[in-house]
Write a protein that binds this ligand. Structure first.
Ligand code: HEC
Length: 258
């Protein structure tokens, strides 16, 4: 029985023996994509990389970008500082917890207001010049924390990212699919991995928004698809330009794809 494997169809493209026009087309695209990836890296370093005030990308950067910096409110530092003796420890803990959760008005009405009434309002509400803690607005003025990315901005960035980057992987993977000498299973995996990591990456932003420990997954996902893309890009360029110069232009017989 003769089964024809599409990879062995005579005349099918392979990178080392592409004609010059197609090589120029693929090379132009890969070069621009490579520069684009580097620019993306610089941009990530400049925005997320500086989120914790230090150079370089770290888990804290990702946490600050998506989850926010929730320890930074004035009320929290005061409750650890000069207001420490104004309320018992469990009350202070409840207030901090409420602030970290986003200082909702609903919870304020339900329970938090009473805590301030009992412990704080005799001064903060009577002494002029101090913020008035008998109202929600007054407490909010010292409770603002950075809650990280908003759902709006996440949704916007997510869909741009998914549509845009999947196109890059489509073409980079398409070109790489004409590479030779790479076992079929590995080739298939390398082509698919960036798409999987892209989903993981974008999902991890959303999860990090609520569970900061997930930030590490964002970094792993980003590195994962960058590595896979870099591998495809470099292999393709090598096979299009270096291999023909070394006289390696395989005919169909040398076409071992699996
Ligand atoms: C006995 C009076 C008194 C009580 C009770 C009191 N505070 Fe204060 N609070 C002050 C004074 C005086 C200041 C200004 C001096 C300072 O910052 O330490 C202040 C400052 C603050 C500030 C900083 C305000 C700003 O504009 O920077 C915060 C936040 C605060 N208090 C929170 C609380 C909370 C929360 C409670 C209740 C758990 C509380 N305070 C109870 C007297 C009080």
């Amino acid at each position: 029985m003769n089964t024809i494997k599409p990879e062995r169809t005579p005349g099918w493209l392979n990178l080392p023996s592409l004609g010059l026009p197609l090589r120029m087309l693929f090379t132009g695209y890969l070069l621009v994509t490579g520069v684009g990836l580097m620019m993306a890296g610089v941009q990530i370093l400049l925005t997320h990389g500086m989120a914790d005030g230090k150079w370089g990308i770290s888990v804290n950067d990702i946490v600050y970008s998506y989850y926010g910096n929730r320890g930074g409110s004035r009320i929290e530092s005061k409750l650890e500082g000069s207001m420490k003796d104004k309320a018992p420890v469990d009350v202070r803990a409840s207030i901090v917890e409420w602030v970290h959760a986003g200082a909702s008005e609903e919870q304020w009405d339900r329970s938090v207001k009473a805590l301030f009434q009992q412990n704080c309002v005799k001064c903060h509400g009577n002494i002029p010049g101090l913020p008035d803690f008998s109202t929600y607005q007054g407490v909010l003025s010292v409770s603002t924390i950075d809650l990280g990315a908003t759902v709006d901005s996440l949704a916007r960035v997510s869909h741009i990212h998914l549509f845009g980057i999947s196109f890059i992987f489509l073409f980079v993977g398409f070109i790489f699919s004409f590479a030779i000498g790479i076992p079929r299973a590995i080739k298939a995996a390398v082509i698919f991995i960036p798409f999987a990591f892209l989903i993981v990456d974008v999902l991890s932003w959303w999860i990090t928004k609520w569970y900061p420990n997930f930030a590490i997954v964002t970094i792993v996902g980003g590195f994962g698809y960058t590595l896979a893309a870099a591998f495809m890009l470099l292999t393709s360029l090598y096979q299009m330009w270096v291999m023909p110069m070394m006289g390696k232009r395989p005919d169909i017989d040398a076409w071992h794809d699996d």
